[in-house]
Write a protein that binds this ligand. Structure first.
Ligand SMILES: Cc1ncc(COP(=O)(O)O)c(C=O)c1O
Length: 494
């Protein structure tokens, strides 16, 4: 094999490129008197060892760095439960209009009528799409929406004198981790509800747990197994008989938007992740928005502010028994405007085709890959499909993490792995509606080739990725203790 003569992307990312004396800029000689020297003890003993690069080396360094970013604008990003769909650029253009972008959060309502009108219209649109009656837009993320929603439920029970008695929250074992975490943060005992063999909530177990000590069920619909529970009406009706409130994690609204509404299914409080279903950019922790939507009986407890309209004037309002504010100001208004733009650009018909295509795309992948990967719940899915890498693990010692890493070599972002927790070696694939048939086929081809490689040359898959500048990282450590800047060697610091 011939040795490549150009620098790889990894080499180009070394901060030790360059040579002494190289500069990216020529700074003119100063024509003002030199400042007096720094006092002893403050001045460095030796000059700092900074990289010395020419301009082109510097540009290539930053360019190489930018190429390490993989996003929805780079390629297929099938991260299950995350809905990494394309975010139309018109959303950004509208949010950047000076009338929105140049507003100050402390401006009086009277001079922010345009923005407030948009927020009010978004509240109404989200209520309409979810079948709820009142909204608060301020939560900054899905998890914060959950927190707000559960505090609303807690305040509702307390106002009825049932706060003490209702100390438990039921959470299915397939739930996203933020659900039990939220319930615990709100001071509730978390009780796990098992799933049955079909992936639905186990109705007998649920009925046995339902009594007057339970404050709420937190349920994602479709579930985080990508499945729609056909008995949802029975679930909500059974629990309502005991005064239990139904919290809907609407992060997966992508699958049903424009076609079915959580409010009509009996949910009392719902949050929706605008940074998923409503196409506002996300990843890397933000910015997002997790508005909550409630039925009438919960409206007095909504977090502040909510936008109200009276005779054509809009203002920010604190509901009478509000749980309070979740943060400074009005939430991520730029994200809210992007979501509203998306809703208006598509209209109801467009939104209906979003959920239609999200579901068709996931089922296309389900059918193409079943047979090569184990399908723990072999039934039509909604917007995402959960496979298991357990066949590959048992037969060839190839684990789901290996399959995910091998996908990087084929140019794809890996799917979600090892979640939901109840699926052994889970591989959760969410293609989203914005992928073309060709994009889905290319991904399926890669997955099928990896399945064949796992048989014929398992060490290739176990050693992946082979093409990435960095190989296997300690992901937990990287998230907990990220090294985000270059630090000069200590002895040359001073
Ligand atoms: C089902 C579900 N619920 C809640 C959340 C939390 O949303 P966020 O990441 O915006 O806090 C997510 C995010 O991935 C999710 O998939």
């Amino acid at each position: 094999m011939s040795t490549p003569t150009h620098l790889s992307i990894g080499d180009r990312l070394s901060f030790d490129l360059g040579a002494p004396g190289r500069r990216a800029l020529q700074i003119p000689q100063p024509d003002v008197p030199e400042a007096p020297p720094l006092p002893v003890g403050i001045a460095r003993a030796r000059p700092a060892r900074l990289p010395e690069l020419s301009q082109v080396e510097l540009v290539r360094y930053f360019h190489a760095l930018s190429q390490l970013n993989y996003g929805v604008d780079s390629g297929f990003y099938p991260l299950g439960s995350c809905t990494m769909k394309y975010n139309p650029k018109i959303n950004d253009e509208v949010a950047a209009l000076p009338g929105f972008a140049h507003q100050h959060p402390l401006q009086p309502d009277g001079s922010a009528q345009g923005t407030l009108a948009v927020l009010h219209a978004l509240q109404r649109a989200l209520c309409e799409l979810t079948g709820m009656t009142a909204a608060a837009l301020s939560p900054f993320a899905g998890a914060q929406g959950e927190f707000a929603g559960m505090l609303v439920i807690k305040a509702y029970h307390a106002a009825r004198g049932e706060g003490e008695r209702r100390r438990k929250v039921l959470v299915p074992d397939s739930a996203h981790g933020t659900n039990p975490a939220t319930a615990a943060m709100c001071g509730y005992e978390v009780t796990s509800v098992p799933s049955d063999a079909d992936g639905n909530i186990d109705l007998d177990a649920l009925s046995a747990l339902a009594d007057e000590t339970v404050a709420a069920l937190m349920l994602t619909m479709p579930t985080t197994l990508g499945l729609f529970d056909p008995r949802i009406d029975r679930i909500t009706a059974t629990l309502h008989q005991h005064g239990i409130q139904i919290y809907g994690d609407g992060a997966n609204l992508n699958a049903i938007v424009g076609r079915a509404r959580l409010g009509d299914m009996g949910f009392d409080v719902v949050h929706t992740n605008l940074h998923k279903t409503f196409s506002t950019p996300h990843g890397g922790g933000g910015p997002g928005a997790g508005p909550i939507l409630v039925k009438d009986h919960m409206a007095p407890f909504l977090p502040a502010p909510v936008v109200v309209e009276d005779g054509g004037r809009y203002s920010m309002h604190t509901p009478v028994q509000s749980i309070g504010r979740l943060g400074a100001f009005q939430g991520n208004v730029g994200v809210l405007i992007r979501a509203y733009t998306y809703i208006r650009a598509l209209g109801l018909e467009g939104l209906r085709s979003v959920s239609e295509n999200a579901v068709i795309n996931a089922n296309y992948i389900r059918v193409r890959l079943s047979g090569m990967y184990r399908l723990p719940y072999d039934r039509p899915c909604m917007h995402e499909v959960v496979f298991s890498g357990s066949w590959q693990k048992a037969r060839h010692g190839v684990r789901t993490i290996d399959i995910a890493k091998r996908l990087i070599d084929y140019g794809f972002h890996p799917p979600t792995t090892y979640f939901p927790l109840i699926v052994d070696e889970a591989l959760m694939i969410e293609p989203t509606e914005s992928e073309s048939r060709e994009g889905l086929d290319a991904f399926c081809e890669a997955m099928l080739r990896i399945a064949a490689e796992a048989e014929a040359e398992p060490e290739t898959v176990r050693g992946a990725p082979h093409t990435a500048p960095l190989r296997r990282l300690d992901e937990a450590l990287a998230a907990r203790r990220p090294v985000l800047r270059w630090t000069p060697e200590p002895e040359t610091n001073r």
